[in-house]
Design a protein around this ligand. Sequence first.
Ligand code: NAI
Length: 302
Amino acid sequence: MTELRFDGRVAIITGAGGGLGRSHAIELARRGARILVNDLGGALDGSGSSASAAQRVVDEIIALGGVAAANHDSVSTSRGGEAIVQAALDAFGRVDVLINNAGILRDRAFHKMEADLIDQVIDVHLKGAFYVSRPAFALMREQGYGRIVNTSSASGLFGNFGQANYGAAKAGLAGLTRVLAIEGVEHGIKVNAIAPIALTRMTEGILGELASKVSAESVSPLVAFLANEECSVNGNIYSVAGGRIARIFVAETSGVVLKENTAEAIRAQLSLIDEVDVTRFHEPSSLDGETTIIAKALSEIS
Ligand code: NAI
C-alpha cells in the first residue's frame, strides 16, 4: 500500500498545543507536512493563555525530524483568524490543509447558562472555525486545492445534558462543513468533519472503561486521510474513537403528504411521519436534493 504523504503541503492545526490537535500535528508532520501549530495555551474553560503549549509541540515535531512553526493567536476573533493564516504564509508560503480543532468547555445546565458561557464557547468553536477558514478558503480557492477538517461532536449531533452551548456550536460546525463542501467542490477544496471521542484533558474522568481504548492518537489517521490529496469524500461527518470509524449522516423519512393539512391530521399521522423504514429513507446531498424529494412527493398526489 502506498503511503499517504503530505510532502510540499502546509497544514494549519488550531488548538494543537495538546490533546487531539497535538496528535494530528505529529501525524501529519510524520507524513511530510509542514505544520503551523496554533494554540492559545489557555485552560480548559478558555481562560488564560501561554505561548509554551504550541512551542512544546513544535519542539516535539522538530525533534522527530519534521518541520513546524508556532502561533499563539486566538481563533475566536476575525483578526486572530487572519493572523493564524498569515503566520502559515510567513513561515511556509502556502496553506493546503486546515484542521479546525481548537475548543473549550463551559458546561452548565441550560437554565443556569449565563451569556458569557454561551458567547465564549460559540466564539471559539463555531465562530473560530469561520474566522480561520475564511482567509484559508480564499487562498485555497486561488490555488485550486484545499482540505479542511472540522471537529464536530456527538454532543451536538445527538445531544448531551449540560452542553447546550457546546452542542449548538458543534452542530453548527456540521452545517458549516456541508455548506463549505458545496462551495469548495469546484475549486478542488474538500471539507469534511469528525466527531471524535478521545482521552484528553477535556474528557479526563468521564469516559469510564472507554478511557484506556480511545487515545488521541487513534483519531489522527482519519484526519490524515481526510486532509490528504487522495481524500475521496466531501461533506461527510465521521464518528471516530479508538480505531472505530462510522459515518454519521442526516437523513429523512419518506414522510407523508397530508390530504388535509391540519394540526389534528399531523397528530393522527405522526407515527407514519416519524417512522424510519430503512429501505425507504432519503439522504439528501444538499438543500436542492431535499427540495427535489419534496417536489416528487407532492407531484405524486397532484
Ligand atoms: P484539549 O483541551 O486538549 O484541546 C483543545 C485545544 O484548543 C487546547 O490546547 C486549547 O489551548 C486550544 N484552544 C482553546 N481555545 C483556543 C483559542 N481561542 N484559540 C486557539 N486555541 C485554543 O481538548 P481535545 O479533546 O484535544 O479537543 C480538541 C477538539 O476536539 C475540540 O474542538 C473538542 O471540542 C473536540 N472534541 C473532543 C472530544 C474528546 O473526546 N476529547 C469529543 C468531541 C469533540
